[in-house]
Design a protein around this ligand. Structure first.
Ligand code: DC
Length: 229
């Protein structure tokens, strides 16, 4: 691109289970843009600690793991994203409830967030980036062209997660999932660094009763209005 025009970014933030991943993938596919799954970086950090024998509450060691995180994202032949830590495929391990707990626990450590900041910004490449996370619009890409904050009730998100896990063959209780989601929401929104809150200029969408196709249409309309599509 000539001059100093920045690479365009669409940020998609919100609590887990609101449909951010699905929406972000649809947007990246439709626009032909890159995709950043920032949650995966936090998940790999938490899981790498397990593999390296580092306790999540041993902050100096967790920070060391985050700073030297050897992580690679590749697409397999079916187009599925594969996440590798030190060459080991951890795609499935990081998507478990333990993976989610680890991510949420290490994500409260300011120096871990700092260590992952530059790594996330490196995903910003032409022709554009769709960034999925919690603080994409507030901290990582504050100059994004379009910021979405996608939310849904905890009950609805627990139900969706329950169905997803059942499909994967994981045996979980809906009540326990709801409890986990509420606990994680509380931790994510109350932490002092980068709490989960919508950016001031974000478009807030509640997907509790909206099919993802409607959410996608609304966001594409907003993208077109900003000259992104
Ligand atoms: O999006 P996810 O469920 O994969 O995220 C897992 C955890 O990582 C989530 O509980 C909070 C943390 N996270 C974060 O703090 N900041 C981000 N940008 C993305 C995820």
């Amino acid at each position: 691109m000539r001059g100093h025009q920045p690479v365009p970014v669409i940020t998609v933030d919100g609590p887990s289970g609101a449909g951010k991943g699905t929406l972000s993938h649809l947007l990246a596919d439709a626009l032909g843009w890159h995709f950043l799954d920032s949650g995966a970086l936090y998940r790999v950090t938490g899981y790498a600690c397990v593999l390296e024998g580092v306790a999540w509450d041993d902050h100096p060691s967790v920070v060391r793991v985050a700073r030297h995180l050897e992580v690679a994202f590749t697409a397999d032949s079916a187009g599925e994203v594969c996440v590798a830590y030190k060459g080991l495929d951890v795609s499935r391990d990081i998507r478990t409830e333990q993976g989610a707990r680890g991510a949420s626990t290490v994500a409260v450590i300011p120096a871990v967030r700092q260590a992952l900041l530059q790594r996330q910004r490196e995903f910003r490449q032409l022709p554009g980036l769709v960034a999925d996370g919690r603080d994409m619009g507030t901290e990582v890409f504050p100059d994004a062209t379009l910021k979405i904050f996608l939310t849904a009730s905890a009950q609805e998100r627990a139900q969706r997660r329950y169905l997803q896990l059942l499909e994967k063959g994981e045996n979980v209780s809906l009540a326990r999932l709801l409890e986990d989601i509420e606990e994680r929401d509380a931790r994510d929104s109350s932490r002092t660094v980068s709490p989960l809150i919508p950016a001031e200029d974000a478009m807030v969408i509640d997907s509790s009763r909206l099919p993802i196709s409607d959410v996608f249409s609304a966001v594409m309309k907003a993208a077109r209005e900003r000259g992104l599509a």
